[in-house]
Design a protein around this ligand. Sequence first.
Ligand SMILES: [Zn+2]
Length: 312
Amino acid sequence: MTDLRSHAVEIAEQFSDHLDVSADEVEERLESLVSEYRVPVDEARRSVVNSYLDEAGIERDELGGGGAGGNEQTLLNDIDEDEQWVDVRAKVVELWEPRSEAIAQVGLLGDESGRMKFVSFTTSELPELEEGVSYALGNVVTDEYQGNFSVKLNRTTSIAELDEEIEVGDDSTTVEGALVDMQSGSGLIKRCPKEDCTRVLQNGRCSEHGNVEGEFDLRIKAVVDDGTEVHEVIFNREMTEAQTGIELDEAKQMAMDALDTTIVEEEMRGDLVGFYYRVTGPTLGRYVLANEVERLSEPADAEELLIKARSM
Ligand SMILES: [Zn+2]
């Protein structure tokens, strides 16, 4: 079976309860997108699935299953399955510039559980959502792409503005374990002073602005081992000062006396490595940004922990 054929069979199967659609028909639509329009197979699949979802949504509507009711009221953070019909109550946290004419609106929705991307399509002809306003959204469809979930508004989505404002949670996570290592770029660092830049300088250079007069800052890039996996955690200046007892002025003085900034990192290493911590904060890419840090215990055997962490 060709790749397209197997996608077509899968899609036809997926919609068999909702639509009268044959694998041949699906394959023809995929084929046309892939060979005539040069759309990558993955995208062609998504596009075809979306259009069937839209059609299936209309049928649901006619059967009386659609609208704001009918689906489970779901928290954004609980969405963990692709292509499900759900109802959400969420605030429009941010609107982004759509990159394609097919997209009417794209941005971030938020509710108490966290945030999630949403998309609405031009063909769905929906009323526009406003930033900062909270809505009850009925009949949205979940989507998964490379492990990231989003929701799609479609022709059958109902939109009702809420009187109350939805509190938006921050997706924060908690990591508990031994701080087994500190990465380079920890301790006393210099940041680019240009507005909105704040990149960390490497040998006095900002990757965006070149050689600049940097501003001193403190931070720690810590490696925390929870026993199963290791997490990279960033302590900002405030957290670094609180956990090491070394304030920025003192760190600058230490570096000046030693004519070497790495002495600060070495000193902090001794204060932190080998202790157990509970760290809570939002995630940014692979990092956890420490908003709350609690030291849990006496030092573990750092040497042993390090060996364990490196062998993972
Ligand atoms: Zn810069």
